[in-house]
Design a protein around this ligand. Structure first.
Ligand SMILES: Nc1ncnc2c1ncn2[C@@H]1O[C@H](COP(=O)(O)OP(=O)(O)O)[C@@H](O)[C@H]1O
Ligand SMILES: [Mg+2]
Length: 339
């Protein structure tokens, strides 16, 4: 199934591809009639290796759409529409979202514009506000990372990609799986415990650590290494940060959820105490003055669509050992004791 510029999906005409993941892709499109720009995320059935994987992916996709429909917050991407369409005899699901004219936090980290600490705090703060709105609905994102936090041209931060999220109602059905992206996954996730907002606070802490120091707090290549670091390695000392920033980060990365901030609004308060939160608009303006540099850099990091690979990809390192891609979420099935 080929979706290219000009492909019509319902009321929407595809303009260009924005991103591609394990099971789907995101496109910029034009909503015919209203003439507004939207973003369309689709599940590509051609990528599913077996019907069960496709069914699971479709269920997850539908849950993601319902979750977004439940949330209405300036710091969470807004959903407009959801449906099924057929191209060349192949039916597939799609969701239509507000188009975020901007870029992701990860494209800013190490990009051509050097952000100051206060700007990174401002981004994390707005992300925490979006996650607080989710927490109010007992929705936990479970894949918080710089690639899923976007910034608009107007300096508004939007949390995207609720594809791994869970709410209390569907925890029974899906809670037996550890989900997330290994560098960001909190100890309780590795231990097969249920996630809550504190799991997202941990991942936001790792993201902010990466943004402010340029490095992840832990490094690893295999799942075992990541698990050991998150669960057992003492929290390192971030290099080059003031003491008050260090203590916020270390609290977010506490091994035990009870030792972290308990609510996203506590994270917001802690960030507010670090100093004046700047307006992000001037930064975004200079970022957009020359976006091609970072777009070229990011384009290289987007994995090509390859239907011969399994959904949760494992690559091989130089010695032929299986390694986990750091930029993609994984699902590990962990049996959890009843009760
Ligand atoms: N509403 C949107 N507007 C603009 N770009 C978007 C939007 N949603 C997603 N994207 C882009 O597409 C990429 C993949 O979207 P995401 O929802 O994270 O899907 P995946 O589950 O494949 O990671 C994002 O990292 C972002 O670059
Ligand atoms: Mg994503």
């Amino acid at each position: 199934m080929l979706i290219t510029t000009g492909t019509v999906i319902g009321k929407y005409t595809i303009l260009r591809q924005l991103g591609v993941g394990g099971m789907g892709a995101v496109y910029a499109a034009n909503q015919d009639g209203l003439g507004r720009r939207v973003a369309i995320k689709v599940i590509l059935p051609g990528l599913a290796l077996d019907p069960r994987a496709l069914r699971e992916a479709e269920e997850r996709f539908q849950r993601e759409a319902r979750t977004l429909a439940q949330l209405s917050d300036p710091n969470v991407v807004q959903i407009f529409d959801f449906g099924r369409h057929e191209l060349h005899g192949q039916p597939f699901l799609y969701m239509v979202m507000e188009f975020i004219d901007g870029g992701s936090w990860d494209s800013l980290i190490g990009g051509h514009i050097k952000l100051g600490l206060p700007e990174h705090f401002a981004i994390a703060r707005q992300a925490a506000l979006g996650l607080a709105a989710a927490q109010d609905e007992k929705i936990y994102h479970r894949d918080v990372k710089p690639g899923n936090i976007m910034i608009t041209r107007k300096g508004v931060v939007k949390v995207v990609d609720f594809g791994l999220s869970v709410d209390q109602a569907n925890y029974q059905a899906t809670g037996h799986q550890a989900k997330g992206t290994p560098p960001m996954m909190a100890p309780e996730v590795w231990e097969g415990q249920p996630s809550d907002q504190r799991t997202d606070i941990y991942a936001l802490g790792v993201s902010l650590w990466q943004a402010t120091t340029g490095k992840l707090p832990y490094t690893g290549t295999t799942l075992g290494e990541w698990m050991r670091h998150h669960c057992l390695t003492p929290i390192p000392h971030p290099v080059g940060l003031p003491a008050n920033v260090t203590s916020v980060l270390q609290r977010m990365l506490a091994k035990h959820p009870e030792d972290r901030f308990q609510h996203h609004r506590e994270v917001v308060e802690a960030l507010d105490q670090l100093g004046t939160i700047p307006d992000l608009r001037p930064m975004v303006k200079s970022w957009f003055a020359n976006p091609s540099v970072d777009q070229a850099r990011l384009a290289k990091s987007i994995p090509a669509v390859d239907s011969s690979r399994p959904v949760n990809r494992r690559d091989r390192d130089a010695k032929g050992r299986g390694v986990i891609r750091l930029d993609e979420p994984i699902v590990i099935r962990i049996p959890i004791a009843a009760g």
